[in-house]
Design a protein around this ligand. Sequence first.
Ligand code: HEC
Length: 406
Amino acid sequence: MTLVAPNINALVDDRPEHLAHHFDDASQQFEAAKFGMWLFLATEVLLFGGLFCLYAVYRAGHPDIFAYGSQFLDTTWGAINTGVLIVSSLTMAMAVWCAQNNYRRGLCLFLGLTLLCAIDFLGIKWIEYSHKFHDNLVWGVQFYEGEHAADPLHDQAVDPGLAAIAALEPGDPARGGGLYLRTCMACHGLTGEGLPGLGKPLQTSEFVAGLDDASFVAFLIAGRSPKDPLNTTGAAMLPRGGNPSLRDQDLMDIVAHVRILQTNALTATSDERGVADGKLPIVNGQLLLPQSVIPLAPDGPSGLASRLNESDRDYSMFQSSVDAAPTASLERPANAHLFFAIYFGMTGLHGLHVLAGIGVITWLLIRALKGHFDNGYFTPVDLGGLYWHIVDVIWIFLFPLLYLIR
Ligand code: HEC
């Protein structure tokens, strides 16, 4: 009468402990697990592939940045780590072989050796990273700070580089007018009349009248922090009016325009001087229409700038504080921090994978010590081995691409 065959129970009893109920037999389960692992490894390749693409694009665009940055990487440590990982791949392969062939003590030994190598790798990475952090070789603005900013006394000799500024072309007031409207007008008003609470009057400023053009440009490069004794408003005049994309020559053009505003202010009656009547200023016969007052976006990275051009780029803009170090104090070439962004991004992600690998290998070792694996069941060792190999292979690419490109 019973339809439930007792032989089903017998089948269940026959099944090895590790065989999940939805698989027919151990080899089907093994193949399924391996297939899943390969799928996972494919996503890992996609993940790192994206970063390698980024690397390729940046390196093609800025080979100079990579050549410069790479010289700060320690080839010796990198090479030792490469060796460590290659050895660990061998010991991992030996561990898998031992599991397949029922050598339990060998399995434990080789898993242990692999684990040691993985920890060793991270230890060396730790040494390398801490050197980088100590030397400010990092991805952000700190790259240009600390002892690598030239000392202020040294700056005084070089900066504000009045000689270099004096060598600029004479300012073009028409061009400067447009730039003024885009950057300075928001605070100093259409005709330099000053906007209360935002910026001081320029047309009637004795300070401005007392500056020659080169010193005027030097003032604009540096700006005036609220801590400056000359500051009367308590508000900051940001370096380059808060628009770091303005080059020295642009500032010279703006100065030429401000000179016209000053002259206009002297000759005009007080009625004409302001914009209360809605009149727009006419410069060189051209009506100056206000444009957007939103500053232009800073130029994108353009490779290593030479030290002279360096003063054109003001990284202090990206800091919160307005009394940041003068711009010319950047000892390191502009944009070189990008190399370290890529270095830390790629080796950091790889390091996280090594960390995960340490977890996996520890787990395997504990199970191996408990005698969970034999030639009938070694799937976790096999898959852990696959994972560990891809972690090694990625490093094999990272090492030459980052360390060996000088
Ligand atoms: C975000 C507002 C802002 C913008 C934009 C700005 N300034 Fe200023 N500027 C100020 C403030 C505030 C002061 C006054 C600081 C002080 O109290 O000394 C000032 C002061 C100055 C002074 C000194 C005036 C004096 O009499 O002491 C000059 C010159 C000047 N700015 C020129 C410019 C130029 C040229 C631009 C465009 C490139 C510009 N500023 C853009 C806010 C601004």
